[in-house]
Design a protein around this ligand. Structure first.
Ligand SMILES: Nc1ncnc2c1ncn2[C@@H]1O[C@H](COP(=O)(O)OP(=O)(O)OP(=O)(O)O)[C@@H](O)[C@H]1O
Ligand SMILES: [Mg+2]
Length: 423
């Protein structure tokens, strides 16, 4: 059946959703499994020694590009490999376009046909320069797509299940990015600010990490930083801190196992402690949002970090939180693509469905804990992306060429997809 495709290339995670064009009834957007974290795929492109980009599995950081979607419009290229003639300099929009191309190919292979249209959600701060670069890069890899700001996509998704007559506030908190926006009834972006210095998901991971460090004191501080086992320990600890943070969205206490050379030690952390650590950052985000989103009818919380109960409890006014806020933007991108193809008149009025609501009337407050039912699959995102990769010990020089084709599933992804499909 003909379909449209929405794509969200986040700093850590790329997600896709399709929306059917034929058939009876309303077309619910369907997130597409891409074999990686949270049903998407890590926003990572690893340039292999064959000169092709492998998608989704961060490899050697010197040859792996991450975090590129937030750098579109930045004139500094992303350098892969050593700072010599062998280095590859890639523009952020080219890498983002490759990611979109790969997603479109994956989905087309499953659906048996190309999408009738593609919408790529983008950061609300993009001006005409960034959008122009993105359009050009997409065309150069054979992808025709429309661009829609993320808060507008979030509003499209919201409007699918709940009508709004005035304007909608969109509070977005992902792994690295915070934005506060207002979207009008006609899906126009009325106002938006991005918090450059605003803490987001990775900073909350750091807060858990600092709690572990403070709890263990010298036992951790005295480890030999040059020992590869110490690096392994810290890498695992960072992933476990992120997992503990996610667990605290659904439970009031958890613990982090630290595998010290002398034996494993469990460091407990309560939700109350975590909230104490992140409260100043949350208050700052809420204050930034309150300055932008005055007089909005409702506020929708989107992005993976919106799952943190303190965020929903702190946001002002009437607050709507979806069960899987990290998919709100991509679902909305698919709905926006459908609207672009079919026109607005084809959509019936929304039927209000499974959304949780908080109002500043205390009698209407809902318990914001226990939201993790759909989170079981949401595994750790890749580590914080390096911006400029300056290798200390240079890897072997590879003979690489710029590749805009031949993106291949890596082994792990192929296995994950095969087991997902029951093959
Ligand atoms: N249950 C949870 N509780 C707290 N945080 C969570 C939970 N689930 C996911 N996250 C966090 O959400 C973040 C990922 O969110 P999302 O997928 O919206 O980010 P992104 O789109 O890749 O990044 P960005 O929007 O910042 O560019 C990660 O920091 C992750 O740890
Ligand atoms: Mg995002």
């Amino acid at each position: 059946m003909p379909y449209v495709l929405g794509v969200d290339v986040g700093t850590t995670r790329t997600a896709a959703a399709v929306c059917r064009l034929g058939g009876a009834g309303r077309a619910e957007p369907e997130p597409v499994g891409l074999g990686g974290p949270g049903g998407g795929v890590a926003s990572a492109l690893h340039l292999t020694s064959d000169g092709v980009f492998a998608v989704g599995e961060p490899g050697d950081p010197r040859w792996t590009a991450t975090g590129f979607s937030r750098r579109v419009g930045d004139t500094v290229p992303i350098v892969l490999g050593p700072e010599t003639a062998g280095a590859q300099r890639c523009a952020a929009e080219e890498l983002t376009a490759l990611m979109v191309m790969w997603v479109a190919d994956q989905v087309a292979a499953r659906e048996g046909e190309r999408p009738a249209h593609i919408v790529l959600a983008h950061s609300p701060g993009w001006g005409s320069h960034a959008k122009g670069l993105m359009h050009r890069a997409l065309r150069s890899v054979g992808v025709e797509a429309s661009l829609v700001p993320e808060p507008v996509a979030a509003a499209e998704n919201h409007a699918f299940s709940r009508s709004f007559a005035g304007s909608l506030g969109v509070f977005s908190l992902g792994s690295h990015a915070f934005s506060a926006s207002v979207v009008g009834r006609g899906f126009e972006l009325v106002n938006s600010v991005e918090g450059v210095d605003q803490a987001a998901g990775v900073d909350f991971d750091d807060a858990v990490f600092s709690h572990v460090r403070a709890s263990l004191g010298r036992a951790l501080a005295e480890l030999d930083a040059d020992d590869p086992r110490t690096r392994g320990l810290f890498g695992r600890l960072r992933r476990d801190c992120e997992a503990a943070k996610r667990a605290l969205s659904g439970t009031v206490e958890t613990s982090i196992s630290v595998h010290l050379p002398s034996g494993p030690v469990d460091v407990p952390i309560t939700r109350a402690k975590f909230e104490e650590l992140i409260r100043p950052s949350v208050d700052q985000a809420v204050a930034a949002f309150a300055r932008v989103a005055t007089g909005v009818e409702m506020t929708v919380l989107v992005g993976g970090s919106a799952r943190i109960p303190l965020i929903a409890a702190s946001a002002p006014g009437r607050v709507v939180l979806e069960a899987a806020p990290e998919t709100s933007v991509v679902r909305g991108a698919a709905l926006a693509a459908r609207r672009l193809v079919l026109g607005p008149d084809r959509e019936p009025e929304p039927i209000e469905t499974s959304i949780m609501l908080r109002d500043d009337d205390p009698s209407l407050r809902f318990p914001v804990g226990g939201l993790d039912a759909a989170d079981a699959e949401f595994t750790a995102p890749p580590p914080r992306p390096p911006v400029d990769i300056t290798p200390l010990d240079l890897p072997e020089r590879r003979s690489v060429k710029r590749v805009v084709r031949g993106l291949a599933l890596t082994g792990g992804q192929r296995r994950a997809r095969d087991s997902e499909d029951g093959r």
